[in-house]
Design a binder for this molecule. Structure first.
Ligand code: CP3
Length: 339
């Protein structure tokens, strides 16, 4: 248990080498994943604990990553609330929520109804993965889930969501409350099934001003993280494209903050001395090839203090990423000599 580099980094202990994993490492750019997708839909893969566990572990067969993230989606637990959606390729919600009646229609599910197949996948991955590899559970942050539920799909800058937040703050509050309760139950179930740490993805964090974020969103995220924290499982909070909110995020109860590539992660690490940091190479750099990736990795390692740093990208791997670039990143991290 204690030999997991990820857990040491999350508690900011000394490590012989920085841990490395990559967001969205389990799908997309691996040829063996694409081969599986030819015969199975994403829903079929993530709905089968056996296949989903296989996919979760695919990247570890190629690369010595320090964590395996369970193969599922942020939308996976929402059918238990009565939400219907498809992927095309991003989530498309059948009946977007725009009113109190829409929020009232959401079920308050029992914890064991929230994506039981994902919980079983976590248990399987934990059973199969080597002891020194951390198994990561995850969920979408209430606001990022609400973005899809209200807007109906991923749309640039989510104008319908922002209009809804302005026109119906009380309805939004009820929606975020339901989502944060369900996501807390879901992460606790993942921790109980063997997840060594959990990550909350707030991909659309940055859409509102700091004042509106404090008023409408923060209380729900705080409650979610506090509730999950009672289990003792370390929490990673991923924030994307929200430079005006970052210092406020770093005050939330999470062991680590994962930042995108626009952020000066070294300066953030100095400011947030009681938090681990995760990130933050630009995923597009890997499209630039091995040399560009090696340079970016070496620059990151030189700037960021080893203690409390989890090496990752600033967002998910892009589907067209050359595998050689992933190899160059792994090599740069493994070559570093830590005093
Ligand atoms: O390493 C992994 O792939 C782990 C599993 C994982 C998926 N989605 C699988 C998936 C994780 C951690 C996610 C998180 C997720 N899903 C987020 C948060 C992180 C982020 O990227 O900002 C968000 C916003 C979503 C919503 C979502 N689901 C989108 C935008 C898409 C479109 C396609 C894509 O890959 O971005 C999906 C579908 C989805 N989720 C796929 C995968 C592998 C593609 C399905 C396919 O193979 O066609």
């Amino acid at each position: 248990m204690n030999d997991k580099l990820m857990l040491k980094a999350l508690t900011r202990e000394h490590v012989p080498r920085r841990p490395l994993w990559i967001m969205r490492q389990a799908g997309r750019c691996l040829p063996e994943y694409r081969a599986m997708r030819e015969t199975h839909s994403f829903k079929a893969l993530s709905g089968s604990p056996k296949l989903a566990a296989d996919v979760s572990l695919l990247p570890l067969r190629r690369y010595p990553f320090d964590a395996a993230i369970v193969f599922a989606d942020i939308m996976s637990p929402l059918p238990a609330l009565g939400v219907q959606f498809d992927f095309a390729p991003g989530p498309v919600v059948a009946d977007p929520i725009r009113s109190q009646a829409g929020v009232d229609a959401l079920r308050d599910p029992d914890a064991e109804c929230l994506a039981p197949e994902v919980i079983e996948t976590v248990a399987r991955v934990r059973e199969i993965a080597p002891d020194d590899v951390a198994v990561l559970g995850f969920c979408g942050a209430p606001w990022t889930l609400a973005a899809y539920l209200v807007e109906g799909r991923g749309v640039k800058d989510f104008p319908t969501l922002r209009a809804f937040a302005a026109a119906e703050p009380g309805v939004l509050d009820g929606l975020l409350a339901k989502l944060s309760t369900a996501m807390a139950d879901y992460l606790i179930a993942q921790a109980n099934a063997g997840a060594d740490a959990v990550q909350v993805f707030d991909s659309w964090a940055g859409l509102l001003s700091l004042a509106d974020w404090e008023r409408l969103i923060r209380p729900h995220l705080q409650r979610l993280l506090d509730t999950v924290g009672e289990t003792g499982v370390p929490r990673i909070l991923f924030v994307q494209n929200a430079p005006h909110l970052l210092d406020a995020y770093a005050k939330l109860p999470a062991e680590a903050i994962s930042v995108d590539w626009r952020t000066d992660i070294a300066a953030a690490q100095r400011r947030w001395s009681d938090r681990a940091v995760q990130g933050n190479i630009d995923p597009a750099v890997l499209l630039g090839g091995e040399d560009a990736t090696r340079r970016a990795a070496q620059d990151l390692l030189a700037r960021v203090e080893t203690r409390g740093h989890i090496v990752n990208l600033g967002h998910g791997l892009l589907p067209e990423t050359p595998l050689a670039s992933i190899g160059a990143l792994v090599e740069a991290v493994h070559r570093e000599v830590v005093p």
